[in-house]
Design a protein around this ligand. Structure first.
Ligand SMILES: [Zn+2]
Length: 384
């Protein structure tokens, strides 16, 4: 199943509500809306005058090298995934895929607490060395006096039950969210969050925090919008009362400064994939910050030279992640982008963009750091 088919499946199965990968973006075409049996664009009826941008599926004309990478060059720890597999058989199959593509361990960001968290742990308990379970926060009562102690207590209970970190916690500008538990209007730098963040630091639990969304979603939905076909589905430009992208970046930085003893992993390049230089500055100012590269492959592959320079400069703070299901093909596309120097290839079905991608050709030393070494170091500092 490719990313799009996966998202469609997740949507139909009604399980996507808690999945940020879907919330991040994706599932944009008419076929997805129409369901699994809808045929792809009506190619037969199209003329150049009626062809829509969303149906555009160009094929590369270039006779140039095509690199097929079945397995990653070095072992991987995937820092951004979710409990996609729901049955024992599906979990077995996922482990087989991980073996084939070279993923040693996957971090499951459950976003849950309570019985829901315990149930996911139970399901994945057959493979304690292959999956790490991270819990969420329980924000109940965040808007009433006395919020804090009960949420901290539940965090400690989850840690006892096997949680090794916390995530994925979201704030797309309206307030914090952990799966179904939300705290409208309360942002990460809010004093009410202090006890939870401090406890994470004390317990040595890193936090995976997703702020904002890609820049196109905040921009005008017109012919100048570079990511229009994805942005329109998840538009934020029509929501005037949310904190904007850079406002969320500032909130994240204030949180990092306030809780130096807690390690944070910014999901998806902190959504600064369009301004990696700025992310570099944020990383340099904040030693307790890492960034995961999940679900932003198609957004960085159009700028392969700038992106690979960024990787070289910050290789010690970037960690591999997927956030795009469990398919072998999905993993393999990420390897092609990170490892190869292939140019001008399309992965429209995986990512839903009209543009072509190019590989970064990262050095072995950088690959080793991003695939595994940084995470191994980060996880080794845990006290649990
Ligand atoms: Zn995610």
């Amino acid at each position: 199943m490719n990313r799009r088919a996966f998202l469609r499946y997740a949507n139909l199965a009604g399980v996507a509500v808690a999945l940020p990968s879907r919330n991040a973006f994706g599932l944009t075409d008419e076929a997805a809306k129409a369901g699994p049996h809808a045929s792809t664009p009506a190619a037969n009826h199209e003329t150049p005058e009626t062809l829509l941008l969303k149906d555009y599926r160009p094929t590369s004309i270039y006779k140039i090298p095509v690199t097929q990478i079945a397995k990653a060059k070095f072992p991987i720890i995937d820092m951004h995934s979710h409990p996609y597999a729901k049955t024992a058989a599906a979990i077995d199959e996922w482990v087989r895929n991980m073996d084939e593509v070279g993923v040693e361990k996957t971090t499951i960001l459950t976003m849950t607490t309570g019985a829901e968290f315990d149930e996911i742990c139970r399901k994945y308990s057959k493979y304690p060395d292959r999956f790490e379970m991270w819990c969420g926060f329980d924000f109940s009562g965040h808007d009433k006096p006395g919020f804090g102690p009960a949420a901290v207590k539940e965090l400690e209970r989850c840690q006892q039950a096997g949680a090794r970190g916390v995530g994925e916690i979201h704030d797309k500008g309206k307030g914090l969210k952990s799966g179904k538990s939300d705290a409208a209007g309360m942002h990460p730098d809010d004093a009410r969050m202090d006890a939870l963040w401090e406890k994470c630091g004390e317990l040595g639990m890193p936090v995976s925090l997703h702020v904002a969304d890609p820049i196109w979603m905040y921009q005008k939905m017109d012919r100048h919008n570079d990511g229009l076909m994805n942005a329109y589905e998840w538009r934020l430009d029509n929501q005037p009362n949310i904190v904007g992208l850079l406002g969320m970046v500032d909130i994240f930085e204030r949180t990092l400064a306030r809780h130096r003893n807690t390690t944070f992993i910014a999901c998806h390049f902190m959504n600064l994939d369009y301004d990696l230089a700025r992310l570099g500055e944020v990383l340099e100012r904040n030693p307790n910050l890492y960034a995961d590269i999940s679900a932003r492959y198609a957004e960085t592959a159009p700028i392969p030279r700038f992106a690979s320079q960024f990787y070289a400069r910050h290789a010690d703070r970037l960690v591999y992640g997927t956030d795009m299901g469990v398919d072998k093909e999905m993993y393999q596309v990420t390897f092609r982008i990170l490892e190869s120097l292939d140019e001008h290839f399309y992965e429209n079905e995986q990512f839903g963009y009209h543009w072509s991608l190019s590989g970064f050709g990262l050095d072995d030393a950088i690959l080793k750091q991003v695939y595994r070494e940084n995470v191994a170091k980060l996880l080794a500092t845990r006290k649990v």
